[in-house]
Design a protein around this ligand. Structure first.
Ligand code: GLU
Length: 313
């Protein structure tokens, strides 16, 4: 660590938390600032609008954060701005399902093969009848129903996990969830398909409602760096020391993120960037380098991977 730096959520505010003295600035911050600046010219694409509320997102917000495995967060840009986690929630729900039921049980219900198709493709593996992997919507809806909580809706347990990972209470954007449910016919179609193939032990509408609320949890770029860092750290939250996933679950999850996390661009991502990662339709991507750091960026909403690529080039 650099003089004056602290491990924990409030590191790198620019001044020492106790004395108010300016800190010696870490070169990592300059690097992150340069990444944010170097993607400022990117204006291609458009915010996703199949979820009406997402279309209203400010596409000029941009941030990047990196968390080292000692729990120090480095951030640049709008790193404390809240937005919905969307599909970056899928790896964590998948890990919970594995912790609850064991890997074999989950593998029996959701595969681990890259689909090469769009995230919301209306299809199951024709040979096995399973969703091809837990990162596409079919697999994520099935996975959500595997998260176990006898007392409360599964989504509450997922929220508790997000809060433990981010070290602060994570809440649902209910307006966004309602907006997605209003136009959620495709996810409903997927849930009915799963139900018809005997792969969904729950009412399809309830499964989609739970999954959509999971996707509507509000997080910041800083939160997501800590969350990804927990995976880089073998399943242990770096600041609290809490073991949230076993090593075995974490290793399996990172392999699935590497092969399937970027949907039909997974091969391109792995060969050009090369780390396990997951995208989210609210405009970001999150990844980690095992045993080193977790990283999260929210580039302009229309180019979910531009800032990530800049970080690596
Ligand atoms: N909630 C979104 C959906 O189901 C997530 C998609 C994504 O982030 O890729 O369509």
């Amino acid at each position: 660590m650099w003089p004056g730096e602290e491990s924990g959520r409030d590191a790198h505010r620019g001044t020492d938390r106790k004395t108010g003295e300016p800190l010696l600035r870490s070169p990592i911050l300059d690097y992150l600032d340069a990444i944010v600046e170097s993607t400022g010219h990117v204006v291609s694409g458009a915010p996703a609008d199949y979820i009406p509320e997402l279309a209203a997102a400010d596409p000029d917000r941009v941030a990047v954060a990196l968390c080292t495995v000692n729990g120090t967060v480095y951030a640049s840009g709008d790193a404390d701005h809240e937005f919905s986690i969307q599909s970056m929630s899928k790896p964590f729900a998948y890990a919970l399902a594995i912790e609850d039921h064991g890997l074999e049980y989950v593998l029996d219900r959701v595969g681990v093969e890259p689909s090469g198709e769009a995230f919301n493709e209306l299809s199951l593996d024709p040979e096995t009848g399973r969703p091809r992997n837990p990162m596409i919507n079919a697999g994520a809806i099935a996975t959500h129903t595997l998260v176990r909580d006898d007392q409360r809706p599964a989504v509450d347990r997922v929220l508790d996990l997000f809060s433990d990972l981010a070290q602060r209470p994570v809440r649902i954007d209910e307006g966004l969830a309602a907006s997605e449910l209003e136009t959620g016919d495709r996810n409903l179609g997927l849930a009915y398909l799963l139900h018809a193939s005997g792969r969904l032990g729950q009412d399809p509408a309830a499964a989609v409602a739970g999954y959509v609320r999971q996707c509507s949890a509000n997080v910041t770029v800083r939160d997501l760096a800590l969350m990804a860092c927990t995976l880089a750290n073998g399943g242990v939250q770096p600041n609290t020391g809490q073991r949230l996933f076993s090593r075995r679950t974490t290793r399996h999850l990172l392999s699935v993120m590497a092969s399937c996390g970027m949907y039909d661009a997974a091969g391109d991502w792995l060969t050009s960037v090369g780390i396990p990662a997951k995208s989210g339709v609210a405009g970001g991507s999150s990844g980690c380098s095992p045993a080193r750091w977790g990283w999260r960026c929210s580039p302009r909403a229309w180019t979910p991977t531009a800032t990530a690529r800049a970080a690596w080039s």
